[in-house]
Design a protein around this ligand. Sequence first.
Ligand SMILES: NC(=O)c1ccc[n+]([C@@H]2O[C@H](COP(=O)([O-])OP(=O)(O)OC[C@H]3O[C@@H](n4cnc5c(N)ncnc54)[C@H](OP(=O)(O)O)[C@@H]3O)[C@@H](O)[C@H]2O)c1
Length: 296
Amino acid sequence: MIVITTPTGQIGREVLARVLDADDGATPVRVIVRDPARLSPEVRGRVEAVQGSHADPAVLKEACEGADRIFWLVPPTPGAASVEGHFRTFTEPLCEVVGGRGVERVVSVSTLGRGVAEHAGPISASLAMDEAIAATGVHYRALCPPSLMENLLRQTASIRAEGVWSEALERDRVVRTCAVRDVAAEAARLLLDGSWTGYEDVPLVGPDALTPEDMAGVVSEVLERPVRLRQITVGELRTRLTGFGASEAWARGVADMVHAQNTQGFYGVTRPSTPDTAPTSFRRWCEEVLKPAVHG
Ligand SMILES: NC(=O)c1ccc[n+]([C@@H]2O[C@H](COP(=O)([O-])OP(=O)(O)OC[C@H]3O[C@@H](n4cnc5c(N)ncnc54)[C@H](OP(=O)(O)O)[C@@H]3O)[C@@H](O)[C@H]2O)c1
């Protein structure tokens, strides 16, 4: 039995689809979902659903009964009162469950940056999560992407309306990227493979070494119209996030994360590409995902 968290999120939804496609029903799948109506009828018919949040110890225990593998993702939650507290609220019940039940393998979404990132908000909290999970002794794979290409989808409206995207990452500093489809493919592969043991990070670094300015060039070519960056400061980003309803603590955490990315280089040019686990180029992603989103 495989348990999948966040089956309605952009990563979890695709992990679930890939596990169902690849395994064709051979391994039963259970999902933890706050609102089962958000699953498609086709998916609802193929999985068992436990309703609730995976931060709730009782829900997690119920979902893990008889399960040996779990896909684990701590959701981004801008209303959270503390970034570290938010990650702990999810991770502590998981550590209890994998310590006491039959769960043998955990595959989670973490981040690049181990050993380098400091005071990096959700990145530091994710890396601490890995250490807590690994310390239980469960077999563990931490998927470690850098910046997700899908972050750009948040800017679809302003790209469409004004040909502009706002960016707090430095425009002339390389930022390595990865597409959600590659994170999901590797997660599904690991969930369906019962042979790996121990704890390893799995870097997922796409083939490009582009700066945000270079990316705007690729976006302009693919959309066949000029798209330019509007550089904003980390302070402006923080103000925008609270304006959209984020807590002060979450906005500060994201600002710390971007400042750390700009100054510490852990998503940067020195990180080698991993063609086996992250083959999708930024241009291909723009053609297949961004372009339809902007035109739709
Ligand atoms: N963005 C990046 O560049 C980047 C880089 C490295 C790592 N990451 C990591 O990638 C992950 C992002 O995942 P994603 O893009 O798939 O997120 P997403 O699309 O925002 O999906 C969030 C999912 O979590 C569920 N959820 C939200 N709040 C919840 C709660 N309180 N309890 C239970 N479920 C809840 C949502 O379900 P509902 O349908 O119930 O709302 C949804 O299924 C994060 O862990 C982040 O740290 C991101």
